[in-house]
Design a protein around this ligand. Structure first.
Ligand code: SF4
Ligand code: MG
Length: 335
């Protein structure tokens, strides 16, 4: 099939333990999310901290158990995979972690870290594995003779290259990067993004890139899904989304309109103190407390993600059409 991944109505509820001052409560970190990923495309999933994007990527990879919903990988239900089918899926779908300092085992050599997925496959001898690891090190731009070194001997950017080498070691089909460059120096970010692009071309990979802002993903994605409080609120081909964002939240991410928040009204930055709380999802449209275009209906009526415009766009807003007409936007063209 054309789709490598089909996600339907996926949800994850975490139940927090009660504390002395807080009752037990359910947190719907991911709340009924559906999307497809076409073979060979790069889909970006963008949203603020706490929107559920990391949880979503772990649900897709089966690293977290979903509360409900379905994940089809090459037409097969990942949640029902066991034994050999599960091992095969684990090889074919890989994660690149956000923090290259925390995600590499400090007691393993680079050769062991990168060689582990190959060893698990059990097809190569120890000697062949070393040859393969050296090839992988060269492929990600590191010195092949550094395979007996430990992670602490490398810089952040180099460690992320090691993480990437490990992710591609078993020749996966799908790679999910969970904010793969956000922990790195700005000067290094572009190098890592270029490396990911090269690998994608060379290996015919399908990518999901999770990010907290739209700038990083613009040049590397084909489509973008914008998440807010556990939901996808807009999904569109990348240039459509940047030239004409339809959802008010997407507009706010692109600085096309101000976001109405108590903090903004007090004249302070709205960044940190208004992070959405997945344990207290507003009624109706969950974006309504921050939406500059909210109307009475938005407080009671939960908009579903529905087709909008053409080209396969979808948006979850009752008034996107009205807003597009009454508040057309002119964003600066891409550099
Ligand atoms: Fe804003 Fe209403 Fe649209 Fe939600 S449904 S984004 S509150 S206009
Ligand atoms: Mg995260």
């Amino acid at each position: 099939t054309e789709n490598i991944l089909e996600v339907s109505n996926l949800s994850k509820v975490f139940t927090s333990r009660p504390g002395p001052f807080s009752p037990k409560r359910d947190v719907r970190a991911v709340d009924g999310v559906s999307f497809d990923v076409k073979r060979g495309e790069t889909l970006a999933i963008v949203g603020e901290s706490g929107c559920g994007k990391s949880t979503l990527s772990r649900l897709v990879l089966g690293l977290l158990e979903a509360t409900e919903g379905e994940v089809l990988f090459n037409g097969r239900d990942v949640r029902k995979a066991r034994g050999k089918a599960l091992r095969r899926f684990r090889e074919q779908a890989q994660l690149i972690f956000q923090d290259p300092f925390a995600s590499l085992n400090p007691r393993m050599t680079v050769g062991q870290i990168i060689g582990e997925p190959i060893w698990l496959k059990g097809e190569l001898t120890a000697q062949e594995r070393r040859v393969r690891v050296r090839q992988l090190l060269a492929r990600v731009g590191l010195r092949p003779d550094h395979l007996d070194r430990y992670p602490h001997e490398f810089s952040g950017g180099q460690r992320q290259r090691i993480g990437i080498a490990r992710a591609i070691a078993g020749s996966p089909e799908l790679v999910i990067g969970d904010e793969p460059v956000s922990a790195l120096d700005v000067s290094v970010q572009a190098q890592i993004i270029n490396l990911l692009e090269e690998l994608k071309q060379d290996m015919g990979l399908t990518f999901i890139i999770v990010a907290h802002d739209l700038v990083v993903v613009r040049h590397m994605s084909d489509r973008v899904a914008v998440m807010y409080l556990g939901r996808i609120v807009e999904i569109a081909p990348v240039e459509d989304l940047y030239s004409q964002p339809l959802h008010p939240y997407t507009r706010s991410l692109l600085d096309a309109v101000p976001v109405s928040t108590p903090a903004a009204r007090r004249g302070r930055s709205a960044e940190s103190d208004d992070l959405p709380d997945a344990g207290a999802i507003p009624t109706g449209c969950r974006f309504h407390p921050r939406c500059a275009f909210a109307q009475a209906r938005c407080r009671t009526d939960d908009p579903s993600l529905s087709p909008a415009m053409d080209g396969g766009r979808q948006v979850a807003c009752h008034f996107w059409e009205e807003i597009a007409t009454s508040h057309p936007i002119a964003l600066p063209p891409a550099e």
